[in-house]
Design a protein around this ligand. Structure first.
Ligand code: PMP
Length: 453
């Protein structure tokens, strides 16, 4: 009989049906609310990703605090999704909530700096090592703007991405390899351009391919996460980042490190922990403790070249910014997050519990003799329903088992644990409690044994 990720297809289908029924049965209020209250929205949800959860219907949230979500049917879930990183430091961290309250009466957006704004610039410089910063609202925007600067200062038209990457809704990064050939990401809606014209794509961990792609001398920038986290997790092989830096420098190509997910590594991200030397740096999602904000930084060299470019550039709209960016609410929340939430102590705790989770999941996989593995980058842990480690985006794509993963996700929710949709990512926040981690390990162990029994 057919098997998916080492699980018999029939057994999986039965498990999935059982879990879906249990989910729906336990949530009459969410079911009714979604049926009645969603009428104003396209596809019944305010943002279409809310349809992409694997449950029969999304549950409606009553409140979120720390690492706990409560739904309107009264279920308390240990939240390991944490808004897919936006709330990586817990829901409404106390210093951020205080900062929001304080700022709420002093103006929410006015396109001028204030005290907090000035303080944040210094904090960013000290924490991430790069000398010059800009503030935007989403990681998508920060990436978009940083890529503009890269093309401007290098006077080169192209960028390079690694297969399996995700950097937000940045059009020019939406290219992947299909059977070894670059194509627009299948599924992209309304795209009228052939994005492969301006974007090269090679596999992660493949320095020879990178070398070849940069040798044309027309690539402005390589944009990458230090670890691929948006397919199944792919870690860099030893020497990859050193080689990436060396090859890009030699070809006059800038290196943009997108830390939006790998900020799970430590207070200065993977970049500080591993002494990467990016020319451009992007961080979004949790940098303001859940308030939409992103930052992008540049090296002294890029800033000098930017100043020279400004001298010759046609005056007028640069295509960067947006009116709500760099507003005082963002600065209040960012200052509180940088000063009081993203601390060494918080990360030490996150690391400890993430390690506990990693060991617990790996033990469950071994005990049930499943062909799966666990990967981790700091406080970000992932189980992958295929053998590992994975080397690149193609392997990561092949390791994805949508039907199996969806069943596990719903099973976990029924056992009190929420993990990120789209992939099997689990985040540990400073607010996450050890019993919550143990609940997740127990739930996963229970599901693994049901799937193979
Ligand atoms: N960069 C990375 C590495 C991401 O994972 C994401 C979102 N998953 C983004 C950028 C985009 O973030 P946002 O959706 O907040 O724009």
């Amino acid at each position: 009989t057919k098997s998916i990720g080492g699980v018999a297809a029939e057994r999986l289908a039965a498990f999935r049906a059982r879990e879906a029924a249990a989910y729906a049965h336990a949530r009459p209020r969410s079911a009714e609310a979604m049926a009645n209250g969603a009428a104003g929205y396209l596809d019944g949800v305010p943002m279409h990703w809310m349809r992409d959860w694997p449950m029969p219907f999304p549950f409606v949230v009553e409140r979120a605090h720390g690492a706990t979500l409560t739904d309107i049917d009264g279920h308390e879930l240990a939240d390991f999704c944490l808004g897919d990183t936006g709330s990586m430091f817990g829901h409404s961290p106390a210093p951020v909530a205080r900062a929001i309250r304080r700022q709420a009466r002093r103006g929410l957006t006015y396109m001028l700096p204030n005290d907090d704004a000035l303080a944040v610039g210094t904090l960013l410089r000290a924490r991430f090592g790069l000398p010059y910063w800009q503030v935007a609202t989403t990681a998508t925007d920060a990436n978009r703007f940083a890529l503009r600067v890269a093309r401007a200062v290098t006077e080169r038209p192209n960028i390079l991405v690694f297969n399996g990457c995700y950097h937000g809704a940045v059009d020019e990064t939406m290219v992947r390899l299909l059977d070894g050939r670059p194509v627009n990401r299948p599924g992209l809606a309304g795209e009228f351009r052939d994005l492969t014209q301006g974007t090269r794509v090679v596999e992660f961990n493949d320095i020879a391919a990178l070398e070849k792609a940069l040798a044309h001398g027309d690539v402005a920038c390589v944009i990458t996460e230090p670890v691929l986290t948006n397919s199944c997790m792919v870690l860099p092989e030893p020497g990859f980042h050193e080689a990436l830096r060396e090859v890009t420098t030699r070809h006059g190509t800038l290196l943009l490190i997108d830390e939006t997910h790998t900020i799970s590594t430590g207070p200065g991200g993977y970049t500080s922990a591993h002494d990467l030397q990016p020319d451009l740096f992007v961080l979004g999602k949790p940098v303001a403790g859940g308030v939409p904000a992103s930052v992008w930084g540049m090296s002294e060299d890029v800033a000098t070249r930017w100043a020279a470019y400004q001298q010759v550039k046609q005056p007028g709209y640069s295509g960067m910014g947006t009116t709500l960016s760099a507003n005082p609410l963002q600065f209040a929340a960012m200052r509180a997050t940088l000063e009081e939430v993203m601390t060494d102590e918080a990360y030490a705790r996150m690391e400890r519990l993430a390690h506990r989770l990693e060991l617990g999941l790996a033990a469950a996989i071994a005990r049930n003799v499943l062909p799966w593995h666990v990967a981790r980058v700091g406080a970000r842990v992932e189980f992958i329903c295929a053998p590992g480690p994975l080397r690149n985006g193609a392997q990561a794509e092949a390791a994805h088992m949508p039907a199996l993963e969806a069943a596990i996700h719903v099973g976990l929710i029924n056992r009190g644990c929420l993990i990120a949709p789209f992939h099997n990512m689990m985040l540990i926040s400073p607010a996450t409690k050890k019993p919550q981690v143990d609940r997740l390990i127990d739930a996963f162990t229970d599901i693994a044994s049901e799937l193979v029994r």
